[in-house]
Design a protein around this ligand. Structure first.
Ligand code: AMO
Length: 439
């Protein structure tokens, strides 16, 4: 390694130690003959004292250049210690400085914490945007969410599967496919692992999950839609009904939030978010939801879905009434749900499905699946779908199939809603939307 220590980790215990640090020039202040350099890496900032000779040597060095410094750790006089600096009690008195990389100027975006650069420009230079503390914190938290998600499902005895993203055709009605040329044949990018997760439950794995990319050719210009996002999908067998799936989701979010509060305390403070552990998540049926919304002046016509405004309003109602950031919304109309959702025996107008709304935005959709082939075929007909074209999907219901259900959750939406980011593009490193294919 180039370094003996990370920035931000030295304390007065190391006073007198010779160290080598390497990082970006966060700030350079030349005061008369001497100078102070705030050196930054992903762990923090260390103040470096520059004697007159070194000050002169790097006086014109632009911010964001990379240097390696050798020096000795010194305790700073108490009256000079600034509380806001993580290594406020020490500084490193430099003996040598090597410039490894000189940054060009001016920087294309403002990389201060209170930047005024527009999000589009920030995304054009995402690698520089990441040098802001808050942005780096978001992606550290996202990384922990990813790891905890794996940990949870493995702990709950789900089997991790990886399913193809190059497919012949999808099954997500309503969700557009990206058509591609596959050696002269028509193919599309997977809009969901739906058929495969059902396939492997039926295969006998019983409980499967996948965290992977999902592609949707939706020309949506909203703060909640991407054309490529990361789905957290799971599917489980031998369920009594869709409530068994919701039980697992509830357990997952309790696990996730409890662990995050502990493991990401520092990053959550940087982002300025206080997380709440969900109480029992309310499960509200559509008639009740409609009644609650109507009381607030919002009418949902029969056979209609909840729109973004209704979800936001419901989020507020639930927060007040049940003190919960989450709500399960149950019993979506058959007219709005895909052919593979099961319908209750006594009411074919609705489905055994649900959404999960988190702080007013849908983050998950799930259901019990129709596993009886005759009924599935009928449902396809009603939706104008030719099941023969989905032959391998049809086959999985022919040789012994267990009752099952599952859910698709959007990782990017979870991060956005959890950290109150206001735009899904803030939750993913390099967003893809109808206008953006680079970087
Ligand atoms: P659905 O289409 O509702 O259901 O997607 C599931 C979840 O994925 C996320 N999501 C998106 N995130 C970002 N940009 C998008 N364009 C986008 N579209 C969806 C949301 C959503 O709740 N096969 C079913 C799931 C299932 O029944 O298991 C499905 O894909 O968080």
């Amino acid at each position: 390694m180039l370094t003996t220590h990370n920035c931000g980790e030295l304390t007065s215990k190391e006073a007198g130690t010779k160290v080598t640090l390497c990082g970006w020039v966060d700030t350079l202040r030349i005061q008369g003959k001497i100078g102070f350099l705030l050196l930054r890496d992903r762990y923090g900032i260390t103040q470096v004292f520059l004697n007159p000779e070194l000050s002169k040597e790097i006086a014109t060095l632009p911010k964001e250049s990379v240097v390696v410094i050798e020096g000795e750790v010194k305790k700073r006089p108490a009256n000079q210690v600034k509380k806001e600096m993580s290594t406020g009690e020490i500084e490193v008195s430099a003996t040598t400085i090597d410039i490894i990389s000189r940054s060009e100027t001016p920087l294309p975006i403002e990389i201060t914490e209170e930047t005024t650069t527009h999000i589009d420009k920030r995304l054009d230079y995402r690698f520089l945007d990441l040098r802001r503390n808050k942005i780096a914190a978001i992606f550290k938290i996202r990384s922990v969410i990813y790891a905890l998600t794996n940990e949870f499902f493995i702990k709950e005895k789900f089997i991790n599967i990886n399913t193809p993203k190059l497919t012949k055709s999808g099954v997500e009605s309503g969700a557009e496919e990206f058509k591609i040329d596959y050696f002269g044949k028509k193919a599309s990018l997977a809009q969901s692992p739906q058929v495969y997760k059902q396939m492997f439950v039926v295969a006998g794995l019983e409980k499967v999950f996948e965290i992977g990319p999902i592609f949707r050719a939706e020309k949506s210009h909203t703060t909640r839609h991407l054309t490529e996002f990361i789905g957290i999908d799971f599917e489980m067998g031998f369920i009594k009904d869709e409530h068994d799936v919701m039980d697992v989701i509830e357990k997952y979010f309790t696990f996730l939030l409890e662990k995050l509060i502990k493991q990401c305390a520092e990053e959550l403070t940087v982002v300025g978010v206080k997380l709440n552990i969900p109480p029992k998540i309310p499960r509200l049926d559509m008639p009740e939801i409609k009644k609650l919304l109507k009381e607030k002046g919002k009418t949902i016509p029969e056979n209609e879905d909840l729109d973004a405004e209704a979800e936001k309003l419901l989020g507020e109602i639930v927060k007040k009434k049940y003190h919960s950031d989450f709500v399960f919304t149950l019993g979506y109309p058959w007219a709005k749900r895909p052919f593979y959702h099961m319908r209750p025996e006594n009411n074919p107008k609705v489905t055994r499905s649900f959404d999960l709304i988190y702080n007013g935005v849908e983050i998950a959709t799930g259901a019990q699946r129709e596993h009886r082939l005759e009924i599935l075929e009928k449902q396809c007909k009603e939706k104008g779908i030719d099941l023969k074209k989905l032959e391998f999907y049809r086959d999985i219901f022919r040789y012994g199939v267990i009752p099952h259900g599952g859910v698709g959750m959007g990782l990017d939406r979870i991060v956005e809603q959890m950290l109150n980011l206001g735009n899904i593009r803030e939750a993913i490193l390099l967003p893809r939307d109808p206008e953006r294919l680079t970087p």
